[in-house]
Ligand binder design. Structure first.
Ligand SMILES: *Cc1c(COP(=O)(O)O)cnc(C)c1O
Length: 395
């Protein structure tokens, strides 16, 4: 009995701490809602008044702003982040029957994109402190399963070619990019960064998504900057950028009136309407980052006195966008995981567990993998709490 009532009060203390952060009189909270308080309507009206809704100058302007922000020489805006991932993998040379190294702890789009290339995910473990791919473990794993024959790196067990590493910056916190670039260099593999969640996040003062041969961003409605739906490919390789543009626009050869397509392409370009929204949103990103970091500080303070629970902080040498604030349950709170989620959601404070790890999903259950003990352990501990930028406003 005593234990049950103690557990109940622990759950209630957590709900109270989140309530303190969002404000006692605040209404229902989304996990992450958009903040549309700038030039969104003005720019959208310009698209409508000029009838430039599909193609148009906002796309170029949005791409230019992304280049300035990220330091990537080129940004190519796409219909969504998943399409950007698919295209980035093709451009990095992922081919049918390859294996691609992907963290098991990610949003399903990372793994799906590998399969769109008819390749297979090879699932990797994470580090507890970053929730990103563990470079040391990856290197050890490759040492035990990979073999290079005739210049091709293969999985000895499946005989398939291993063709890329796709780290993901979980909840906006940069993965260990020094470590991962090191491993990638050692094994001669390209990195494609899934930076869908980390717009505005920096690793050693350099923007995430600009370390790999290619990087991918998302501007879905729940991300820090939204275009409604949208994504982008980042690269500093001009030839890859040209190819990305070409493939994303049905591989159409430039001509004043002819329809000539020189290979099978995709219809992946971002429409002007979405880019207009994106331009207005990017103007506000510096303010969003201040609000998000202030919100994270509020969570850290609110949970300081609570036993068996921690708020995830940005890794060393990083500046995180704190896209989603993350509670990490200690051993004494593990049993309460589902009750905490029920209580927070019951109090209209939208909260979520982390994604079910990829190796636990039916379509990837039989895929090759390394030891995933950190993934499995952390998946039971994570709870994401309301993180909209507006919540970082000073009281
Ligand atoms: C949001 C997201 C994507 C891409 O999502 P879209 O909705 O297609 O823009 C990819 N990977 C991760 C980790 C994401 O969070």
């Amino acid at each position: 009995m005593a234990q049950v009532s103690q557990a109940v009060s622990q759950v209630q203390r957590i709900v109270r701490a989140v309530r303190d952060v969002v404000g006692p009189s605040a209404g229902p909270q989304l996990l992450h809602g958009p903040h549309l308080a700038g030039n969104e309507l003005t720019y959208l009206k310009e698209c409508i008044d000029t009838a430039w809704v599909s193609m148009g100058s906002f796309v170029n302007r949005f791409e230019h702003e992304l280049q300035k922000l990220t330091g990537a020489a080129r940004a190519i805006a796409t219909v969504n982040g998943t399409a950007a991932l698919h295209l980035a993998m093709r451009l990095a040379g992922v081919e049918a029957d390859d294996e691609v190294l992907v963290p098991s702890l990610t949003f399903v789009a990372t793994a799906n994109a590998v399969n769109y290339c008819h390749a297979a995910v090879h699932l990797c473990d994470i580090e507890r402190r970053t929730l990103g791919m563990d470079p040391q473990k990856l290197n050890d794993h490759l040492s035990s399963i990979a073999v290079r024959t005739d210049g091709v790196l293969r999985n000895r067990q499946t005989q398939r070619r291993i063709s890329a590493i796709v780290p993901m910056h979980t909840f906006g916190h940069p993965a260990d990019l020094d470590g991962l670039c090191d491993v990638a260099g050692r094994w001669g593999l390209p990195i494609i960064e899934d930076a869908a969640e980390s717009l505005g996040s920096e690793y050693r003062s350099r923007h995430t998504g600009s370390f790999g041969r290619l990087g991918v961003l998302s501007f879905n409605g729940n991300k820090i900057v939204t275009t409604g739906g949208g994504g982008a490919i980042l690269t500093s390789d001009q030839a890859l950028a040209e190819r990305a543009e070409h493939l994303a626009s049905t591989a159409k050869v430039a001509h004043p009136w002819e329809f000539l397509h020189d290979e099978i392409g995709y219809n992946y370009r971002m429409p002007n309407l979405n880019a207009a929204l994106g331009c207005a949103q990017l103007e506000q990103l510096p303010e969003f980052l201040i609000l998000k970091r202030r919100l994270a500080a509020k969570y850290i303070e609110a949970f300081e006195g609570l036993d068996d629970i921690e708020v995830l902080v940005e890794p060393a040498h990083c500046r995180s966008n704190y896209w989603l604030n993350t509670l990490i349950l200690g051993d004494g709170a593990l049993d309460a995981h589902d009750r905490i989620l029920a209580a927070l959601n019951g109090a209209k404070l939208q909260s979520r567990p982390v994604w079910r790890p990829m190796h636990e999903l039916p379509m990837f259950a039989a895929n090759p993998r390394m030891d995933l003990s950190a993934t499995e352990d952390m998946a039971r501990r994570i709870i994401n709490v309301p993180s909209s930028a507006a919540l970082g406003a000073e009281a």
